[in-house]
Design a protein around this ligand. Structure first.
Ligand code: ATP
Length: 277
């Protein structure tokens, strides 16, 4: 059974006095346990609108979302927040999920689903910090005592504390340097395999998605215009928009620092995966 099924979802944003924006137009997607599906497209194509619906933060205008075979409705998710912990979201901005007023050792455990004793709580906080490459002795500190990259690691650790069966990651490494990105992505990839959870990995960066995702779905103007195994999409793109995305990835030049960083991330991940495999 798929852990996530998105079935013919439409999302239309309606602002008073303005034309409606059809952000998502009939998207269907599925994520199986242990599978990483990449959703790639440029800014404004509707990725975040789809992610918010997929995680239950918003209701689709039409269509259905099923998590572990059960319909997911935004209101229902809020009402059953405890039950919904198996579905976690990682955002580009880690402040979206971290409280500035609580020690990280405490809030890392928010999603833990089984009651833990004091020593078990400490051990779990240490485990989560080590998973994301942070100093276990830092659990008494507050989020503002960490760098931006470290805060994203904390947000990821917090999500993983719930041992989710599905993670929706919306541009989770966009704010990180290439080295940190590679580490985080390798970590997420390893956890997906190890824990048999599914992941919807959303990014504007096709080279990064290629390195991470088993399947790639290319989104353009609210629609999935191409999908398939990531290597096939990368090597034999069928849709003109995918070809444009690939052609737009520069290889060298003074204005390509960010792209080169993404490329370095992908290379580091592939290198790591090669060794692991
Ligand atoms: N709450 C909203 N009200 C009105 N329009 C919206 C709203 N949220 C998004 N939009 C519009 O919907 C379209 C899709 O936006 P969305 O944020 O889903 O795209 P995206 O691919 O995630 O882009 P980005 O990566 O820049 O966040 C855009 O035209 C955007 O302006």
């Amino acid at each position: 059974m798929n852990v996530l099924e998105i079935d013919d979802v439409h999302v239309t944003h309606q602002r008073r006095g303005q034309e409606p924006v059809r952000a998502v137009r009939g998207v269907s997607l599925a994520v199986a346990p242990g599978q990483i599906v990449g959703l790639v497209g440029e800014s404004g194509c509707g990725k975040s609108s789809l992610a918010r619906v997929a995680v239950g933060l918003a209701a689709p205008t039409s269509g259905a979302v099923r998590f572990e075979g059960r319909p997911l409705a935004a209101s229902r998710l809020r009402a059953r927040a405890k039950d919904a912990l198996g579905l976690q979201m990682i955002f580009q901005n880690p402040y979206a999920s971290l409280s500035p007023r609580r020690t990280i050792g405490s809030q890392l455990l928010d999603g833990v689903r089984t009651p833990l004793s004091g020593p078990e709580r400490a051990a779990e906080a240490i485990r989560l910090l080590q998973l994301v490459g942070l100093d276990p002795d830092s659990r008494g500190r507050y989020p503002n005592q960490f760098s931006g990259g470290q805060r994203q690691r904390l947000a990821i650790a917090r999500a993983l504390g719930a041992r989710p069966s599905l993670v929706i990651a919306d541009e989770p490494v966009t704010a990180l340097d290439a080295f940190s990105s590679a580490q985080i992505v390798t970590l997420l990839t390893g956890l997906v395999r190890e824990l048999d959870m599914g992941m919807l990995f959303i990014s504007h960066d096709l080279s990064l998605v290629r390195a991470i995702a088993d399947e790639t779905a290319v989104m353009y103007a609210g629609e999935i215009v191409e999908r398939g195994p990531s290597e096939r999409v990368w090597n034999e793109p069928a849709h003109d928009y995918t070809k444009t995305l690939i052609a737009a990835i520069p290889v060298i030049g003074p204005k390509t620092v960010r792209r080169k960083a993404a490329g370095a991330t992908s290379a580091a991940i592939q290198e790591r995966n090669t060794h692991v495999g």
